[in-house]
Write a protein that binds this ligand. Structure first.
Ligand SMILES: NC(=O)c1ccc[n+]([C@@H]2O[C@H](COP(=O)([O-])OP(=O)(O)OC[C@H]3O[C@@H](n4cnc5c(N)ncnc54)[C@H](O)[C@@H]3O)[C@@H](O)[C@H]2O)c1
Length: 310
């Protein structure tokens, strides 16, 4: 099947977004729509905000047949009234997953996440999609869901870190990265894996950050870093605009460490004395560093937590 591009009125891209009804997608999709893109959401549950102009096609991504079919669907019912027959989108953004352990038994988390990611990437590649973005995770750095207190090997956490997670969810995400790498190589397209940090929605700053700041030891598992759900939309948009990088991993976090009254280096030296700091770090740089995201894709942090937490 050819990938004939159906232009959007604004010149934006036609994007199939999986898992858009979730915590990250419900904020990333409005950002993408505001940039002039058209979005079809593939999810098991409806999009939570009826004021947002996005159609949800109920699709179980663990079923390859459903995925191939959904990727050649109209974007909404008006597709029948005007315009061309349905075809594959320009871009696929795959966020759907069991987003942590303990939602379902480990074996189900592993097989569902790995299979869904395989199905989405395979179908997109074979249908001629040239840009795919997938959600990986901070957990591949091996501390978030480790058994007991575990140290990071070094700081900052960067994309070339030797990831060796021990838990099922993180392993499923690492398998997703490898799947992306294989298909990007075979089809010679761009697949960018975002290692997303702890996703924060707008209402969570005032609600949750005071407790995080009061007990920083509880945030080691997130490397004192986070990902604003709206800024994830910006990161996706930047990744859509960038081309020709093949397979890439990007830490998809915001700029600054989530502690107060100390620089990143001072904080890490005090709280993680066993862990070496292997390069200079920005004064308040997030330990799960987004430097590559900023330097290569041009990310500009619009939602620094310090704006929202008094
Ligand atoms: N939330 C975090 O802090 C965090 C951190 C790092 C990485 N991530 C990753 O980012 C992505 C988005 O996370 P989130 O917090 O929005 O997750 P979420 O659980 O809020 O949303 C995931 C969505 O995927 C959908 N989904 C699950 N299985 C599906 C299937 N088989 N077919 C179709 N849809 C399915 C769910 O219905 C849900 O709407 C996930 O891949 C997650 O693993 C999340």
């Amino acid at each position: 099947m050819s990938n004939t591009t159906i232009p959007t009125a604004s010149g934006g891209k036609r994007i199939v977004f999986t898992g858009g009804s979730g915590k990250a997608g419900r904020h990333a999709i409005p950002y993408l729509l505001a940039q002039g893109h058209k979005v079809l959401n593939l999810d098991l549950v409806p999009f939570p905000d009826s004021t947002v102009d996005v159609y949800t096609l109920k699709t179980d991504l663990t079923d390859s047949g459903q995925v191939f079919n959904a990727l050649t669907s109209h974007f909404n019912m008006s597709g029948y009234m005007s315009g061309p027959l349905p075809s594959a989108p320009d871009v696929v953004i795959h966020f759907a997953a069991y987003a942590r352990n303990m939602l379902v038994p480990d074996s189900e988390c592993f097989q569902a996440n790995v299979r869904s990611t395989y199905n989405v990437i395979e179908a997109a590649c074979k249908l001629g999609v040239k840009k795919i973005i997938i959600a990986s995770s901070e957990t591949v750095y091996g501390v978030c869901f480790a058994q007991g207190d575990t140290d990071y090997r070094s700081f900052p956490l960067t994309e070339d870190y030797d990831c060796d997670p021990e838990d099922t969810y993180a392993l499923s995400k690492l398998c997703g990265e490898q799947t992306a790498r294989a298909f990007a190589r075979r089809f010679k397209i761009d697949i960018y894996a975002f290692r997303i940090g702890n996703v924060i929605e707008p209402h969570e700053y005032a609600r949750d950050f005071p407790a995080y700041l009061a007990a920083p030891e509880t945030r080691k598992r997130n490397a004192w870093s986070y990902s604003d759900a709206r800024d994830l939309g910006q990161m996706c948009d930047l990744a859509i605009k960038k081309s020709g990088l093949g397979f890439q991993i990007f830490n998809a976090t915001n700029d600054t460490i989530t502690v107060r009254g100390t620089t990143t280096r001072e904080f890490l030296e005090k709280h993680c004395p066993q862990t070496s700091i292997v390069r200079e770090m920005g004064e308040f740089e997030a330990p799960l560093s987004n430097r590559k995201m900023r330097d290569v894709l041009g990310f500009r942090d619009l939602h620094d937590w310090r704006k929202y937490v008094s």
